[in-house]
Design a protein around this ligand. Structure first.
Ligand code: FAD
Ligand code: DLZ
Length: 506
């Protein structure tokens, strides 16, 4: 007879194919799920994220029960709740006296340490397309860990968008076709609606009463909370928005918070969708002639490439990665990251929709709020805490490399060969925000000058020595050298004055 075991399912593990649920015997094994305060407050998560995770957990517990599985579910309002994973595992061991406690390896360093300390046996998280050991082998001995080469390995390993040994269409990457700004009159189809059911409404009340003072709006919650809803969201995306996803992947537009994006990261990250299923569905749409190659490849690159790559990098470099501060950045996060009142239209649009939807798309996160934090030299811990707390899809394994590595270059180039620094000209090219902005994107000094302009040149001048030998920074450094010293000094003085007002050094 198989020994009785306790199977842990964490909030981001709501997948029936979870390794911790393999070989589960419904007659003898018990699934443990725990709502705990510590996970809701280790950063002050956006209320929509907390609702999403707790509602997905409650729906998943129902799905397991309907399959005859015995679920021991600890609710947040259980008076006996100790409000930590370690405390709840210990209590559950007391209740069930299992011979073994089994989990799927948690996706965050912090949680892994806590679970291991509680005497749990961890299994590989097989939902990802690349095992951690696969990434380690790929990274071994490499001076640079560039996503593009990892992505090609993943294409070969999975056969996705491959014709034998060659990439479909002859190129690995169609990014050059994916940088259009949104033409006037092109209206993206609205994303599907997921009206909260009774379970979600109950969680919304709980979250409003306990975490109503966290940044972010709860009303309008519209995230899938079951695998069926997530599948519906994916199907609608593939049919309605994927065809133009590639073309407008980098675009930003007034009043269009979601454009042609997938809105599937929340579902992928808590287990309602599996990355392989997503990639297969997108590949099938391409092979059926329903979407062009630049869209299918561009999308699959995000899921098969970027998502797997950042996870591999996280586990390769943690725990030291988080402490890096290569650009010696120490300014506090400006208040307007919480109020959406900077006066910069692009910033306020990105922050405002983050507050309302717990969502901003990649270019807003990278080239607007991330770019500002990079140029301004905001302290990496403050930036990371902000990104981890404000997005419904945020978990440290995916947030940290994107923020620390890609957006603010705090890792000194482990992830990106150059900082993603840009002036107002980039934002103007990719959006229509500047036309209605209080600031003038054409000016770098003087009354109404766009802060992204003088901050950009201040950033380049401040780090000229550090990037002197980086060939990818040769162009801005060359331009800086050709500028009149007085003009550079003027821009730098404006940058200091502006930053001292919005973010005084401690
Ligand atoms: P789409 O644009 O439709 O892309 C499809 C999918 O590809 C996404 O759902 C996501 O799963 C994956 N993907 C795309 N880009 C990335 C990437 N760089 N890293 C990992 N996966 C990617 N993504 C998160 O899931 N959680 C985060 O906490 C997070 N924090 C970020 C912080 C910063 C500073 C930046 C620059 C990016 C961050 N991203 C994060 C990556 C990306 O912005 C989001 O995955 C994307 O915006 C989610 O929206 P979507 O589903 O509409 O994505
Ligand atoms: C994000 C989150 C929240 C808000 N609450 C819970 C919870 O109460 N119980 C739980 O099991 N998981 C929660 N999570 C997700 C965990 O933080 C998640 O499992 C880790 O981030 C992954 O390591």
């Amino acid at each position: 007879m198989k020994p009785r075991s306790l199977r842990l399912v964490l909030g981001d593990q709501c997948s029936l194919s979870l390794s911790a649920l393999e070989d589960l015997d419904p007659k003898r094994d018990v699934v443990l799920m725990m709502e705990v305060q510590a996970e809701c407050t280790y950063v002050r998560h956006h209320p929509q994220k907390i609702v999403l995770v707790l509602s997905a957990m409650r729906h998943f517990a129902e799905a397991l029960r309907s399959r005859g599985v015995s679920v021991d579910y600890v609710r947040l309002d259980d008076p006996e709740n100790t409000h930590s994973f370690a405390g709840e595992i210990a209590r559950a061991i007391g209740r069930h006296a299992p011979e073994q406690v089994i989990a799927t390896q948690p996706n965050e360093w912090r949680v892994l340490k806590e679970i291991e300390g509680a005497g749990v046996d961890c299994r590989e998280d097989t939902r990802f397309l690349a095992e951690i050991s696969f990434f380690r082998r790929w990274a071994q001995g490499k001076k640079q860990l560039r996503m593009e080469y990892f992505y090609r390995e993943m294409r070969r390993a999975t056969g996705l968008l491959m014709e034998g040994e060659q990439p479909v269409g002859g190129e690995w990457n169609y990014d050059a076709n994916n940088r259009k700004s949104l033409p006037r009159g092109l209206i993206p189809p609205p994303p599907p609606q997921f009206p909260p059911d009774a379970i979600t409404r109950e969680v919304m009340d709980l979250v409003a009463s306990r975490f109503g003072n966290h940044f972010g709006r709860l009303e309008g919650f519209n995230w899938p909370v079951t695998a069926a809803e997530a599948q519906g969201a994916l199907s609608r995306f593939i049919a309605e928005r994927l065809p133009l996803f590639g073309d407008y992947q980098d675009a930003m537009a007034e009043g269009e918070p979601t454009l042609f994006h997938g809105l599937i990261s929340t579902s992928l990250n808590c287990g309602l969708l599996l990355p392989r299923d997503v990639c297969d569905a997108v590949q099938a749409a391409y092979r059926a002639g329903l979407v062009p190659l630049n869209a299918a490849e561009g999308f699959i690159r995000q899921v098969l490439g970027w998502r797997e790559y950042v996870r591999g990098l996280y586990w390769l470099k943690m725990p030291g990665y988080k402490a890096l501060n290569a650009l010696d950045a120490h300014r506090p996060l400006p208040e307007f990251y919480w109020t959406a009142q900077s006066g910069m239209r692009c910033m306020d649009a990105a922050i405002g929709q983050t507050r309302d939807l717990a969502y901003a798309h990649h270019i807003q996160r990278l080239m607007v709020t991330g770019n500002f934090a990079l140029l301004a030299g905001i302290d990496p811990d403050a930036v990371n805490d902000w990104y981890l707390s404000v997005y419904a899809d945020a978990y440290e394994w995916v947030e940290l490399p994107n923020t620390h590595g890609m957006a603010i270059h705090a890792d000194g180039g482990i992830m990106a060969s150059k900082p993603y620094a840009a002036s107002g000209a980039y934002i103007n090219r990719m959006s229509n925000h500047c036309a209605k902005c209080n600031f003038d994107v054409k000016r770098a000094t003087g009354e109404g000058a766009c802060p992204f302009n003088f901050l950009y040149w201040d950033f380049i001048a401040r780090h000229a020595g550090r990037f002197a030998n980086n060939p990818r920074m040769a162009m801005p450094l060359g331009t800086l050298r050709k500028m009149a010293p007085d003009r550079v000094a003027e821009m730098r003085a404006e940058a200091t004055k502006f930053l001292d007002e919005v973010s005084p050094l401690p």
